[in-house]
Design a protein around this ligand. Structure first.
Ligand code: F6P
Length: 343
């Protein structure tokens, strides 16, 4: 078969490992030809592609990012977009397409699959917010990067008796924040699922001070919101899928804490550092398993499917399941984090 791949949306560690696995099993076991579209759906729309082989992926297993490039292009927002996608696939003789992405990229894949395009999805995002899979690759790496940063921030916060506010990504879900707070021993974690009260946060910090604990680490998800709506940091900018550009809540919170408590408070925005660099061993294995499962699904003719992790096993689920519901933080897990708040 002639199999094409693309990587769409925000990049994340493990993308190359997925494609390497597709290429390895596809070429060596099934005798497939491989093609890669550059920059996600943009490459398909504009017929910008590169021939791939097993050799294209030599040395890429530990490499972050994606050798194909990525974009947030939405073919359904472009005049005649879906028709152009189909025309490119036909002219390139593509028998099947592996779309590796998050909610947006897979949303497009799902609509195209419903229109008869032979596509299989692979769930990617550091946000881990896809309900159809227990884990997306990239999440483990992002959490590890946050925890490494928090470990370092503890020592400087303690040396200077400071409050450090650490803003992490995750869009409208608080998975990265919750996991990082538990693993990093944070004073408190603020997530989009549970709007926070700035005064309550300050009380937690004041009580620590009263006990002689002058350093605190406050983890805040970029999508967290204060209960009273007392400050807003929305830039108003949106991408082609209508998502707001987040970021900046950490600075605003640090200012509010310092103003209310008088304690020196600094903000650290981890930002895209969380998406960069080498994948953890866990993400390399998960990505590899997803890639192998995707090429197997294609050879079984199981189009319109997404590979997913459920109870430790790789399974296939309908692509539309991947995009219907956002997976939010399990309140039970947040309760685990809460036991340590203020301690
Ligand atoms: O979805 C992954 C993610 O990193 C989110 O956590 C974040 O809100 C967004 O992408 C940032 O996107 P961009 O790099 O396009 O600004």
């Amino acid at each position: 078969m002639r199999i094409a791949m693309l990587t769409g949306g925000g990049d994340c560690p493990g993308l190359n490992a997925v494609m390497r696995a597709v290429a390895r099993k596809g070429q060596a076991v099934y005798g497939d030809d491989l093609l890669g579209f550059r920059d996600g759906w943009r490459g398909v729309l504009e017929d910008d592609a590169v021939e791939l082989t097993i050799d294209s992926f030599r040395g890429t297993l530990p490499k972050g990012g994606t050798i194909l490039g990525s974009s947030r292009t939405n073919p359904y927002k472009v005049d005649g977009g879906p028709e152009r996608v189909k025309a490119t696939l036909a002219s390139r003789g593509v028998d099947a397409l592996v779309a590796i992405g998050g909610e947006d990229t897979l949303g497009v894949a799902s609509r195209l699959a419903a229109e008869g395009v032979p596509v299989v999805g692979v769930p990617k995002t550091i946000d881990n917010d896809l309900s159809a899979t227990e884990l997306t690759f990239g999440f483990d790496t992002a959490v590890q990067i946050c925890v490494d940063a928090i470990d370092r921030l503890h020592t400087t916060a303690e040396s200077h008796d400071r409050v450090m506010v650490v803003e992490v990504m995750g869009r409208h879900a608080g998975h990265i924040a919750t996991w990082s707070a538990i693993a990093g021993g944070a004073t408190i974690a603020l997530i989009p699922e549970q709007p926070f009260d700035v005064d309550e946060v300050c009380d937690v910090i004041r009580k620590r001070h009263a006990r002689g604990r002058y350093a605190s680490i406050v983890v805040i998800a970029e999508g967290a919101t204060p209960k009273e709506g007392s400050f807003s940091v929305a830039s108003g900018e949106v991408d082609a899928f209508g998502h707001a550009r987040l970021g900046g809540i950490g600075d605003a919170l640090a200012g509010a804490i310092e103003q209310r408590t008088g304690y020196e408070t600094r903000a650290v925005v981890l930002g895209h550092v969380q998406r960069g660099g080498t994948p953890t061993a866990f993400d390399r294995v998960l990505s590899t398993r997803f890639g192998i499962a995707a090429v197997d699904a294609i050879h079984d003719g199981d189009f319109g499917a997404m590979v997913a992790l459920r109870a430790g096993e790789i399974v296939r689920v309908p692509l539309e399941e991947a995009t219907t519901e956002l997976k939010l933080v399990d309140p039970d897990l947040y309760d685990v984090a809460k036991v340590f708040f203020g301690s």
